[in-house]
Design a protein around this ligand. Sequence first.
Ligand code: PRP
Ligand code: URA
Length: 209
Amino acid sequence: MNRMDPVVVRHPLAQCHLAAIRAKETPPDQFRRHLNLLARLLFIEATKDLSLDVVVVETPIKQTLGARLARPLVFAPILRAGLGMLDGILPLMPDAVVAHVGIKRNEETALPQSYYASLPANLAAADVFLLDPMLATGGSACEAARQLKTAGAARIRMICVVSCPAGLLAMERAHPDVQIITAAIDEGLNDKCYIVPGLGDAGDRYFGT
Ligand code: PRP
Ligand code: URA
């Protein structure tokens, strides 16, 4: 499969929410609000070319044609911070199925450690949205996409708030078929593998830990 360029969402509202969650003085309640809303904007961009089926609708006045999604949706947040994106997106498609992928970076090595997975049976038929605010080394996203594909997923898109060249390159090499939708491609990583300028530790900021 040919490489797909990442989609960078430069919508003014997305960029305002991004600036708010980057700011170190933003408290957890406001961080949650801005992350939820930013995830929603990114999701709208990420779904704009989903396939539709035509359906017949009876309005109170007349029969007309409408649309429904051709395939079921599965949201796959990477725990913990991906839950912050799920909270913003799920109200838009409340009948979506939610997979859970528990992956934590080792604090010494920055390598991903998988500790939990709950994957639904309908992955092969679904449009799957991998959710994580941060794409740093890309280790967590690569491992999550691997798990989803092993369980049958064939159409995966990843929505992340802040990405960087190293993470994008890792995903391009391991999963060139996964389209990435992001609000920013930052400069790079620091010596602790945190994104620069980034926003710090997304999970800690979202959950106030
Ligand atoms: C963060 C983030 C990603 C991962 C990104 O999670 O939410 O999952 O790091 O880093 P990577 O691209 O180098 O793998 P973390 O491991 O800190 O877990 P948490 O969400 O539970 O805090
Ligand atoms: N995980 C985060 O939460 N932030 C980073 O910058 C890198 C990994």
